[in-house]
Design a binder for this molecule. Structure first.
Ligand code: ARG
Ligand code: ZN
Length: 424
């Protein structure tokens, strides 16, 4: 029997929001598993005639019997598409689910930790993914005047990638600052910072003139954990796991380095075509659902995004483009100036030394990074931040360093955002 699952994020969206389609939050993902050749054909025809965005497999030609097809549709088209799909099938199951339900991962260790309310949330420990999901729900619920939660896409293992939009209601058309954390699974201080950042904004925006001014003309979008499957894996199976968890080579190897998977000089520098490598660039540019979710968002809001920040650890660096070549990037001088301002603000906080400069020079040459792809798209202020430390603990930064690291990073990030805000 054909099954059609509509995975629907009712947990975070009202129905009305779903159908207005003005905001990107109207993402609906359909999963369909054709049961025979006729159904495959029917599906191919419909998907092609609607020009739908097929997530899995990458091409409609590759749709096979009993293999799940994943399609993203604009929420506004749901009714029409659904009707068409119903023509393909006599019997279909529609599962309307909410985000929390599909987010659940009972195998995650520490799942049983007692739930605490958001007011008691401990920002100075690391949190497993289920606690971060709960935290996102709570912060959006408790600060609904400022913070809303939206779906960006699904991970390879079908977990919802949610971001928080920090926005003060206004009739003004606002520009966007993007911050993502945790594209590399093992860099746990990054998601800790994203959470810290949101906490600082919600706690202080009413009294802090600097934040108020920024929020008058900018919305800030925060994706606390980009590589959710990998993050969970780093909690449950392998602390130093870096990549996502997509399967390659018939299950003989796992994981693409998502920060090598963007379509910019793809797979040319410090990337591998071998799936067992820690810097496997994927089967093609943007082959991974996580990469694709970010790309689709950035492309859809391209003209509004004025600043893109991607948070990593470790090495204590503020990196300007490019990673893929040693050549100087467009607006290098200004980018460097901003990065240096951020580095000195960070250093002032607790005396920790941060260096500013081009990615390729201070770290290594690497192709396919999100920062470079976004910058080449035309977004002038695109930075990678490598947080603490400098190599003593590497990716396993002790918890007693979370607070000072977040405090200094807050100073750096606010410096960058303020600069961008003053400029636009
Ligand atoms: N977050 C960095 C990355 O994206 C790792 C930085 C630390 N490694 C190093 N070789 N310094 O690869
Ligand atoms: Zn990294």
């Amino acid at each position: 029997m054909r099954q059609l699952w509509i995975v629907w994020t009712l947990g975070i969206l009202t129905l009305q929001e779903c159908f207005t389609g003005t905001e990107y939050n109207g993402v609906i993902i359909l999963e369909i598993t054709p049961q025979n050749e006729k159904e495959v054909q029917c599906l191919q025809n419909i998907l092609q005639s609607w020009l739908l965005d097929i997530w899995k497999p990458l091409q409609p030609e590759n749709i096979n019997v009993k293999a799940t097809v994943r399609v993203r549709i604009p929420s506004t088209a749901l009714q029409l598409v659904k009707e068409d799909l119903l023509h393909c099938s006599q019997s279909l199951e529609i599962l309307i689910d909410n985000v929390k339900h599909i987010a659940g991962n009972k195998t995650e260790t520490k799942e049983t930790r007692s739930k605490k309310s958001i007011t008691e949330y401990n920002y100075t420990t690391y949190h497993p993914m289920n606690e971060i999901y709960d935290w996102m729900n709570e912060i959006a619920k408790n600060h609904s005047d400022l913070v809303t939660q939206h779906l960006l896409g699904l991970t390879y293992e079908s977990r919802p990638m949610q971001y928080l939009k920090i926005s003060q209601p206004s009739v003004r058309h606002k520009k966007i600052v993007w911050i993502d954390c945790g594209i590399h699974a093992r860099e746990w201080i990054a998601p800790a910072f994203c959470q810290w950042f949101v906490k600082e904004i919600v706690q202080n925006y009413q009294n802090d003139q600097r934040i108020r001014k920024i929020l008058q003309s900018l919305d800030i979008y925060v994706l606390p954990v980009l590589n959710i499957d990998g993050y969970i894996y780093s909690w449950t199976k392998e602390r130093l796991w870096r990549k996502n968890r997509s399967q390659y080579g018939n299950g003989t190897c796992y994981g693409v380095d998502l920060n090598r998977n963007f379509n910019v000089s793809w797979c040319t520098h410090r990337s591998s075509t071998n799936c067992s490598s820690n810097s496997f660039c994927g089967s093609s540019p943007v082959s991974e659902p996580e990469t694709r979710a970010v790309v689709e968002f950035v492309e859809s809001r391209q003209s509004d995004i004025v600043c893109f920040l991607t948070i990593h650890s470790y090495s204590q660096l503020i990196l300007t483009p490019n990673g893929y070549s040693a050549g100087l990037s467009r607006n290098y001088n200004e980018s460097l100036k901003v990065a240096q301002m951020a580095a000195s603000a960070m250093e002032k906080t607790h005396g920790t030394k941060y260096r500013a400069g081009p990615f390729s020079k201070l770290l290594y040459e690497a192709s396919g990074t999100s920062q470079d792809w976004v910058h080449d798209l035309g977004i002038d202020f695109s930075f990678t931040l490598e947080l603490r430390d400098n190599g003593s603990h590497k990716f396993t930064l002790p918890e007693d360093q979370i607070q000072p690291t977040c405090e200094e990073t807050m100073a750096g990030v606010m410096t960058i955002i303020k600069y961008v805000n003053d400029k636009y």
